[in-house]
Design a protein around this ligand. Structure first.
Ligand SMILES: Cc1cc2nc3c(=O)[nH]c(=O)nc-3n(C[C@H](O)[C@H](O)[C@H](O)COP(=O)(O)OP(=O)(O)OC[C@H]3O[C@@H](n4cnc5c(N)ncnc54)[C@H](O)[C@@H]3O)c2cc1C
Length: 329
């Protein structure tokens, strides 16, 4: 692969950061630019990865491929950055009620898979845990700065001639970028709260219509809310009430709220990421990772590098080729 100029990665959220590390590992020259003007939703993330979803305890999309790679990748990156941010941890899903318990147990043979361990109170999920996204982002920023390839700046179109290709990782802000505005994004605002308590377990993530995530020193996070009607960075009273309700339903009654985090998930209408280059243009996108960026983005960063190197085309399901009709005018 012959490259004359570096690539430009626009945006140092989780998506841009994960992609940048894959460029770095593949020894493809690049710069990463992050905006001082746009807010970054990744700092709000709980950072949880969980291979099980829904009331029927199904495996998440591509779990058998995504999860082995995410363990391999984050472990390797922790060593490379000499920083701890990857926290595998069991996740417990209590039965919602006796009716649900009976319903699931009757269908146990059809539902069961290798990520589940059934008990009388609920189901344990293996290969779950959380990534301390804020630590990963800060450490990556200083790492790329020390290599002279990180810049705090927004772009102008005339900047693009200095680069082999430009890959936009602008998260939810992509909806305001005319290049990508036609893609069917479905952004979802979310809030979570960090709190102090001596009630929840610090040994596992509790997941019951929300989650309680143990941090350190008796600190936890409760999350997360979803709304689609407004996309400000401001916390709302109704979300706070909702999070208090989640805490109560998870058996936490005494707590001290410490701070609130707000972000906009760059979700998509077909619930699949947007990856790839525009036809005939050196402009690409790595976005649309919704509420599962931590588990999905490493696998597709690897796949994107394979496409860039001409080794293997991206799956149609994630490639923006599936929306080529939107770009043909
Ligand atoms: C409350 C909440 C909880 C969540 N919990 C989880 C979880 O437990 N697990 C999980 O996997 N995911 C979770 N998510 C989702 C996750 O946070 C997102 O999928 C992820 O952060 C998206 O990352 P991103 O890099 O695409 O976008 P962002 O983090 O928003 O990053 C975009 C970056 O692009 C920059 N930018 C934008 N425009 C420009 C420009 N013109 N020039 C230069 N830079 C630009 C911005 O400044 C920003 O730094 C959660 C989200 C929320 C809101």
């Amino acid at each position: 692969m012959k490259i004359n100029k570096p690539y430009l990665i626009v945006g140092q959220g989780l998506a841009g950061t994960i992609l940048a590390h894959h460029f770095h590992e593949a020894q493809i020259p690049f710069q990463i630019w992050d905006s001082p003007l746009h807010f970054n939703s990744s700092y709000a993330a709980g950072g949880i990865f969980n291979p099980v979803t829904g009331r029927k305890l199904e495996k998440t999309w591509l779990a058998d491929d995504l999860f082995p790679y995410l363990f391999e990748f984050y472990t390797r990156l922790e060593k490379h950055l000499n920083t701890s941010f990857f926290h595998p941890m069991p996740l417990f899903r209590p039965y919602a009620n006796d009716e649900m318990k009976g319903w699931l147990e009757e269908r146990k043979d059809q539902i069961n898979h290798e990520f589940l361990d059934w008990t009388d109170q609920g189901v344990w999920v293996s290969q779950a845990g959380w990534v301390d996204v804020a630590t990963l982002l800060r450490r990556s920023k200083s790492y790329f700065e020390s290599h002279g390839i990180y810049f705090l700046r927004t772009y102008q179109e005339q900047d693009f001639v200095n680069f082999e290709k430009v890959i936009f990782c602008e998260g939810f802000h992509a909806v305001h970028n005319p290049l990508w505005a036609k893609l069917p994004f479905l952004p979802a605002k979310g809030e979570l709260i960090r709190f102090k308590s001596d009630e929840p377990s610090s040994e596992h993530i509790l997941n019951k219509n929300g989650f309680v995530l143990p941090l350190a020193d008796g600190h936890f996070k409760v999350g997360a809310t979803y709304r689609w009607d407004e996309f400000s960075q401001t916390p709302t009273d109704s979300s706070r009430e909702e999070l208090i309700g989640k805490l109560t339903s998870m058996g936490v009654s005494k707590f001290e709220f410490l701070d609130t985090f707000v972000g906009i998930r760059p979700a998509t209408q077909d619930r699949r990421p947007f990856v790839g280059f525009l036809p005939e243009k050196p402009l690409g996108i790595f976005n649309g990772f919704g509420s599962k960026s931590v588990s999905i983005s490493p696998y597709f960063a690897k796949a994107f590098i394979q496409e860039i190197r001409g080794e293997k085309e991206l799956d149609f399901e994630v490639s923006i080729r599936r929306y080529s009709h939107l770009f043909s005018v």
